[in-house]
Structure formats: C-alpha cells, structure tokens
Design a protein around this ligand. Structure first.
Ligand SMILES: Nc1ncnc2c1ncn2[C@@H]1O[C@H](COP(=O)(O)OP(=O)(O)OP(=O)(O)O)[C@@H](O)[C@H]1O
Ligand SMILES: [Mg+2]
Length: 305
C-alpha cells in the first residue's frame, strides 16, 4: 500500500491493496494507464519508497526490516530508471560508475574489480573504449546499457525496470529489449518490466499484471492474458493498443477507454472500473470485486469473470 498525503488534505491512494508475487526467473510485465500506480509499486518493491502499509518480502525476509544488513540486502534488488542519466553521475567515467557499487560493497582488490567491470561490459555488449568516457559522450542506448551493467554489478536477484525503453530512440528499443531477455535467461534473473506499450510486454514477458487505479485487476501467464483477456479493462487496453492497420487505427479512436481514469484520491465505489466498464451491472457499483484465482494461474478482480 502506498498512500501519499497531499497539502490539500486529500490522500492519493497510489497503490491500494496490491499483492504481487514474482517467481525466480520470471519476466513479469506490469501495464496500465498513466497514474495507475505502476511507478509507486515499482519503487516500493525496490525499497526506494516505504509502503504506508504492507511489506515487501524477498525469500520470505522483509525488505524494510533488514536493519543493519540493509546494504548487504539492497544488492539483491536493483532499479532501472526510464532515464539512464538518473542512475549515472554526470561527472563519473563509465569505469568509475561501474566500479562504484563494487567499492561500496567492499569487493576488491582493484584488479578483481577491473575484471568484474570487463565482465559487465561484455554482458551488456559495450566496447572497452567506453570506459574512460563520461555518460554524455555515449548514445542513449549505450547509456542504458551502462545503467543495466551497473545494476548487475552485484549479481542481483531481481531487476525492476520502470519504462526502461521510453526515453530511447525507437530504432534501438528492440536491442535493449533483447538485452533484457538475454540477461534474464543467462542469469536466471527475475525482471519486473513496467511498460505503457503492450507490444513490448507481449514480446518478452512470461507473466503480466494489469493495474487500474492502484489495484491489480488481472494477472496471468502472458500468452494466456493476450489470447483471452478476462477483465473488461484488460480487454479495453488490448483494444486500445495501436494497430498497424490505419483503418482499424481510426475506428479505435472511439474506443472503450475514452476519457481519463477517475482520481486515485477519490476512487469510485465498488469496482473501480465501473464508471468506464461497458458491461457494468448494479453489483459493480456497490461491491468491490476481490482478485480471485480462476485456474490456470490466472486471477481476476471482476464480478462477471
Ligand atoms: N510523491 C507523490 N506525492 C503525491 N502523489 C504522488 C506522488 N507520486 C505519485 N503520486 C500520485 O500517485 C498516483 C500514481 O502515480 P504513479 O507515478 O505511481 O503512476 P504510474 O502508473 O507510474 O503513471 P505513469 O504511467 O504516468 O508513469 C498518481 O495519481 C500520482 O499523481
Ligand atoms: Mg510511472
């Protein structure tokens, strides 16, 4: 749970009762419209944001309760930002950036750190010539590779990636996406990928969770969710995804998802999606549907599913 109090005395319920499980080696996509709480959830999983309620467990141990061991534990979860410059210092060379986490965690001597840095460069396919440059001397794609290499320096268990492609040139998005897919397999990493673009999630994710106004409304294996979306919101999101056919594209303008979602500081009663749902029934306005397991590793929060 992540609630933000605001100066006007209202509370923004950015993440409101989410239970998310990520298995070892899973590539988990999180999708949903702008403002539904994806970043707040991601920052919480990564320990960058304290939950106002609930907890984050890794192998059954609580992230925020690690106390003295906090530093040792933080290495297991790493965050990849949309803008790679957010995790790289402008004044540090790439060599320094990649060595820093190793130094902080007391990994050494220097020769061992250099070996590890060389390994990391290889892992993300960057030339050694990058090492003495500053971030601004690299392309956007190269910078994101450096940010990924830095995140991998300490062998994390899980990478949380918040829209890691959206600041990049369209032409190199596929390369970075492939890099994530490669790394996930090679290192048996768990990756949580937040993306606006359903096509991206479809390409790489093994599991997908759909968020609406601070809640998960559907979660399931990716192939299943795309082939047979159970929640009306998931269906609407899929329908609203851009098509390559211009005719279909035009007719979609009158899509189900017209209008903005309601405010997370005053979510609708009952099912939060009822104000926009094409299938709305009286019960949807009064009773909140719980996320319930319906078989085949799929869970849905809808009275009608
Ligand atoms: N620090 C904060 N203080 C107050 N409200 C916040 C804060 N951070 C986020 N919010 C609000 O919480 C809600 C969820 O925001 P969040 O950034 O998690 O959504 P998101 O799904 O990542 O959106 P986007 O797709 O635009 O990145 C929004 O209404 C946002 O305005
Ligand atoms: Mg966000």
């Amino acid at each position: 749970m992540v609630h933000f109090p605001t100066s006007r005395g209202v509370t923004v319920r950015a993440v409101d009762g989410v239970n998310l499980q990520v298995q070892q080696g899973e590539f988990h996509g999180i999708v949903g419209e702008s403002g539904c709480g994806k970043t707040s959830l991601a920052r919480t999983i990564a320990g960058l944001q304290r939950p106002t309620g609930g907890s984050v467990l890794i192998d059954g141990r609580e992230l925020n309760d690690w106390r003295g061991d906090r530093l040792a534990f933080s290495r297991h979860v790493q965050f990849i930002f949309q803008d790679p410059l957010a995790s790289l210092s402008r004044r540090q060379t790439i060599q320094e950036s990649l060595e820093e986490p190793l130094r902080i965690h007391g990994i050494g001597p220097a020769s061992e750190r250099r070996r590890r840095v060389a390994q990391l460069l290889q892992l993300v396919s960057l030339p050694e010539a990058c090492l003495d440059r500053l971030p601004r001397a690299l392309s956007g794609g190269q910078r994101q590779r450096v940010a990924i290499a830095r995140a991998l320096a300490l062998d994390p268990r899980i990478l949380i990636c918040d829209e890691p492609l959206s600041a990049l040139d369209v032409s190199i998005r596929a390369q970075i996406l492939n890099l994530f897919a490669d790394l996930q397999k090679k290192l048996d990493l768990s990756i949580v990928l937040i993306a606006h673009d359903l096509a991206i999630v479809r390409l790489v994710c093994t599991r997908v969770s759909v968020m609406y106004l601070g809640k998960i409304v559907e979660t399931g294996p990716a192939h299943d969710l795309f082939a047979q979306p159970r929640h009306p919101y998931t269906r609407a999101l899929l329908d609203a995804a851009p098509s390559t056919d211009p005719k279909i594209e035009r007719s979609r303008r009158v899509s189900l998802l017209a209008g903005d979602p309601p405010s997370p500081s005053a979510p609708p009663s009952g099912c939060r999606f009822h104000t926009r749902c094409p299938l709305v029934k009286p019960v949807c306005k009064t009773e909140e549907p719980m996320l319930r397991y319906i078989g085949d590793q799929v869970s849905v929060a809808c009275h009608l599913a």
